[in-house]
Design a protein around this ligand. Structure first.
Ligand code: OSB
Ligand code: MG
Length: 375
């Protein structure tokens, strides 16, 4: 494929309700969309960086800068045999996985469309239906949280993840567990604790949680290895895993028993598949995390979740939970059994609502390859 043009847009989208984690509250999202044109075929990707550098160091602004000044000059006008080849063209740029993933995933969409297959198939996915869970933000009190959990379970969701932080943990988890003794329940601390909290964290063992996500610092694989030895519940890592070498280190050190794969965090489908394969070889289950994506990022998450080692319900849920009006057609829908049927059309299998995208766009930049002599 020859990359003819890249369009970068920033959209302003408002979540239906605010989402609170240990690092703050989000409602207004700045969504960066990447549209790539190659050989006359259009593909879409989403940058999943957040507005502030609280989840990882990337932000919507750093991704804009990296894509504009360092990725597009290395890509526009280039001829690639496959989407997976992009990595070698941008390897000089260290880190900034979310910026890279936004572009790379658009190339995967193009490659699948060119081959006239669903992206899930091109990636090697085998599932035609994926299992869904929800990630619930921190609530004011345990009663409100139980109410929210009840509503999500009635929609069919198969696993509930609760955000926790010091002071908003034990009593909240206890209330949900008391009401629902048998559901698949996990918690996500987004790095809000330290090793000194080990006795406090150990108290969570009594709730029979499926897993505890990223309790310690975002870059501390070794600390998680120490904690996992002292706690019964399975730890799993989110923030700490930016590529498959981190996954390898985490597995060998015993820092976790499960890994959450996020496309943006690891740099796109090529590296996500490596993390998946490595975990599969070590019998470490994976599941797909979420970053409050628009429909474009969500569609990529659905495709990735069809790989065979995605054995636990992910944080991939219905468009309607996030947006009054998502930017893809059809929107991502979840069945009464808490599953998403994987689209069978070419590429991501959903159509981007261009008119709505233009309406929501607050910033736009376009790069075009020079026309080839003799073309
Ligand atoms: O840690 O998984 C996380 C959202 C923003 C940043 C980090 C995380 C999250 C979520 C939301 O948990 C998952 C979703 O998209 O519903
Ligand atoms: Mg997380």
């Amino acid at each position: 494929m020859r990359i003819e043009s890249i369009t970068l847009r920033e959209l302003e989208m408002r979540l239906k309700s605010p989402f609170e984690t240990s690092f703050g509250v989000t409602q207004k999202r700045r969504i960066l969309l990447v549209e790539v044109l190659a050989d006359g075929v259009t593909g879409w990707g989403e940058v999943t960086a957040t507005e502030a550098p609280f989840y990882n160091y990337e932000t919507a602004d750093t991704a804009w800068h990296i894509i504009s000044d360092f990725l597009t000059p290395r890509l526009v006008g280039k001829e690639l045999r496959a989407a997976a080849e992009m990595e070698s063209l941008v390897s000089g740029v260290r880190g900034h996985q979310m910026a890279k993933a936004g572009v790379e995933n658009a190339l995967w969409d193009i490659e699948a469309r060119q081959k006239n297959v669903p992206l899930s198939k091109l990636l090697g996915g085998t599932l035609t239906e994926i299992a869904c869970g929800v990630s619930l933000g921190i609530r004011e009190n345990p009663e409100l949280l139980v109410e929210k959990v009840t509503a999500e379970l009635s929609q069919g969701y198969q696993r509930i993840k609760l955000k926790i932080k010091p002071g908003k943990d034990f009593d909240f988890v206890a209330a949900v567990r008391k009401q629902f003794p048998n559901i698949l329940l996990s918690v996500d601390a987004n790095s809000a604790y330290t090793l000194a909290d080990r006795d406090h964290l150990r108290r969570l063992d009594e709730f029979g949680l499926l897993m505890i996500e990223q309790p310690l610092q975002w870059d501390d694989i070794y600390g998680h290895a120490k904690l996992q030895k002292q706690i019964e519940t399975a730890l799993y890592l989110d923030e700490s895993i930016s590529h498959s070498r981190h996954a390898e280190a985490a597995i060998e050190l015993g820092a976790c028993r499960i890994i959450n794969v996020k496309l943006g965090r690891v740099g796109g489908h090529t590296e996500a598949r490596r993390v998946h394969d490595l975990c599969q070889a070590h019998a470490i289950p994976v599941w797909c995390g979420g970053m409050l994506e628009s429909g474009v990022g969500r569609a990529h998450n659905v495709a990735m979740s069809t790989l065979p080692n995605f054995m636990l319900p992910g944080d991939v849920s219905a468009s309607q939970r996030y947006w009054a009006n998502d930017i893809i057609e059809p929107e991502v829908m979840v069945s009464d059994q808490g599953t998403i049927r994987v689209p069978q059309g070419p590429g991501i299998g959903y159509t981007v609502k261009r008119k709505l995208v233009e309406q929501l766009t607050v910033k736009k930049k376009y790069w075009k390859a020079e026309v080839m002599v003799g073309a």
